[in-house]
Design a protein. Structure first.
Ligand SMILES: Nc1ncnc2c1ncn2[C@@H]1O[C@H](COP(=O)(O)OP(=O)(O)OP(=O)(O)O)[C@@H](O)[C@H]1O
Ligand SMILES: [Mg+2]
Ligand SMILES: [Zn+2]
Length: 495
């Protein structure tokens, strides 16, 4: 019986041109090879599964191909074939994690002092080199200073910051990048086809997303999915085989967030916990999901008409910040709930043009509470910045005091005009108006801190507001007035 070789090994690139996502490195290497000026020691750094070992082996081929040192090894000669099969005498692969000590390095020095039985160069790959002991590094350093003519070192590591600078400075350092999702997706689709499996584009996309920059992880994931699925590989197959939170559930959460359905949010989180998904993992996947929704929106495919691009960006912002904190949160579940709830409390921001557009088409947006930016959309960037600033103040307040934060949210309008932050309360909100007045100083200092400049705070109750409003309404775009009346909109504005 033939032994089964996993995909990630069968598809290891045999030529430089098959290495993807690392063009910046491959080009330099090939140049060095074609001019024959090859350094004695390389440092290959980068996360797992991005092509370090692969490239090191290609380098060994390029240096030992029987056709001569070449940027394009022939893959036909004995040396090339032996390296591909992993039994070339001139190639030494050492695992730094299990050969950490001084004795191992001395042993290595002994071996490389002589030429190999075959090949022009001895290529020595030390994997996970950051695991060596201090003594071993010192010994290695001597060799790197005066290496034998026929030796080329490739030090590989996922964590080069742990290396002594003296080692780094004696090598030519190449940092391998994480592989972009788009490239991983293409690679996965290509391999599926070669393996004779049909795969949905969305399924390949999901695999790419879950691999987080590692092509090996993606290929290993594909292997699992293939074993799992029957016939055409679908998104659902990928979700089930890899234990990902289903897209359907993420869609549900998004709708609940958009509609402020907090009961549904909590029940969805309970679901995620009960099914045993990792919460951090969920947050990352959910960001990927929202990112795709956003890209779809930009491309004109609208899965969530109730959400604007602006809304999605702000959700992503909260998740991005939260993902980092979730790591250290004492109770990640509560933290996740809070994050989603916070998203559900964000005011919706609607692009004025979009709104008029939908009005002209006779569609009325479904959301109950809409902020209408007051001036033309060429200013929408500034608008969203102001909206963001106000949200930041809101968040800072919620960390400071519950009553302050509630009173802030209860304001009918919040206007940030230069350095003046004005809050407007209608008559029935006079309780919050009074509370806010009492805590005005705190609001002033929090806002100042958040915005990084000194801020004046003005708090208005109904009567005053209407006076100001008429004054403001003069000379205002009639379309905006119309919209404001139709939707009784709250407003975030700056002039
Ligand atoms: N840049 C790439 N181009 C093409 N295939 C790649 C690339 N990176 C990884 N692969 C695929 O992943 C497999 C593993 O890659 P490789 O051994 O080079 O990773 P590595 O960077 O050395 O990872 P580790 O840090 O875990 O040792 C390869 O056999 C290949 O199938
Ligand atoms: Mg490796
Ligand atoms: Zn060859």
């Amino acid at each position: 019986m033939e032994r089964y070789i996993p995909i990630a090994r069968r598809y290891r690139p045999k030529t430089f041109s098959q290495v993807v996502g690392q063009d910046h490195i491959i080009r330099v290497l090939q140049n060095q090879l074609s001019t024959g000026r090859v350094p004695h020691a390389f440092l290959f750094s980068g996360t797992r599964g991005v092509g370090k070992t692969t490239t090191a082996r290609l380098l060994a081929k390029a240096l030992n191909c029987e056709k001569g040192i070449t940027p394009q090894p022939c893959n036909q000669c004995r040396a090339c074939k032996a390296i591909d099969q992993g039994n070339f005498m001139g190639l030494l692969e050492i695992d730094g994690a299990s050969n950490r000590g001084i004795d191992e390095v001395r042993n290595l020095q002994e071996i490389i002092s002589q030429r190999a039985l075959e090949g022009r160069f001895r290529v020595v790959i030390i994997d996970e080199v950051h695991m060596l002991t201090q003594e071993a590094f010192n010994a290695l350093l001597k060799t790197l200073e005066e290496p034998p003519e026929h030796v080329v070192f490739v030090l590989a590591t996922t964590d080069y910051q742990k290396l002594p600078v003296t080692i780094i400075s004696r090598t030519v350092h190449f940092h391998f990048r994480e592989i972009p999702q788009e490239i991983i997706k293409e690679n996965i689709m290509e391999i599926s086809e070669k393996e004779g499996f049909e795969i949905e584009e969305g399924a390949a996309e999901l695999i790419a997303q879950s691999a987080e920059g590692s092509l090996r992880d993606a290929q290993t994931a594909l292997e699992k999915v293939i074993a799992f699925s029957q016939g055409r590989i679908t998104r659902k197959d990928v979700e089930q085989a890899l234990g990902l939170v289903p897209q359907e559930l993420m869609g549900k959460i998004t709708r609940a967030v958009a509609e402020g359905d907090r009961k549904e949010i909590l029940s969805a989180v309970r679901n995620i916990v009960l099914q045993g998904y990792s919460l951090r993992r969920f947050v990352r996947d959910y960001m990927g999901f929202l990112r795709r929704v956003l890209m779809g929106k930009i491309a004109g495919k609208d899965e969530f008409p109730g959400l604007s691009k602006e809304d999605l960006l702000r959700y992503l912002n909260i998740l991005l910040e939260g993902e980092y904190r979730l790591r250290n949160a004492p109770d990640p579940r509560v933290y996740l709930e809070l994050m989603l709830l916070r998203m559900s409390f964000l005011r919706h921001v609607v692009d004025l043009e979009e709104l008029i557009d939908s009005l002209l088409k006779g569609k009325v947006p479904e959301m109950g509470q809409i902020d209408v930016p007051s001036s033309a959309s060429r200013e929408s960037d500034k608008k969203s910045q102001v909206a963001e600033e106000i949200t930041n103040i809101e968040m800072a307040l919620s960390r400071k005091s519950a009553i302050l934060s509630t009173s802030f949210k209860e304001a009918d309008r919040v206007v940030l005009k230069g350095d003046i932050l004005s809050l407007f309360y209608s008559g029935d909100k006079s309780f919050y108006y009074r509370k806010m007045n009492e805590k005005k100083e705190i609001l002033r200092s929090v806002a100042g801190e958040v915005l990084g400049r000194s801020i004046e705070v003005e708090i208005h109750l109904a009567g005053e507001e209407s006076a100001e409003k008429t004054e403001e309404e003069e000379g205002e775009d009639p379309k905006v007035l119309l919209l404001r009346r139709i939707f009784k909109a709250k407003e975030i504005k700056e002039e």
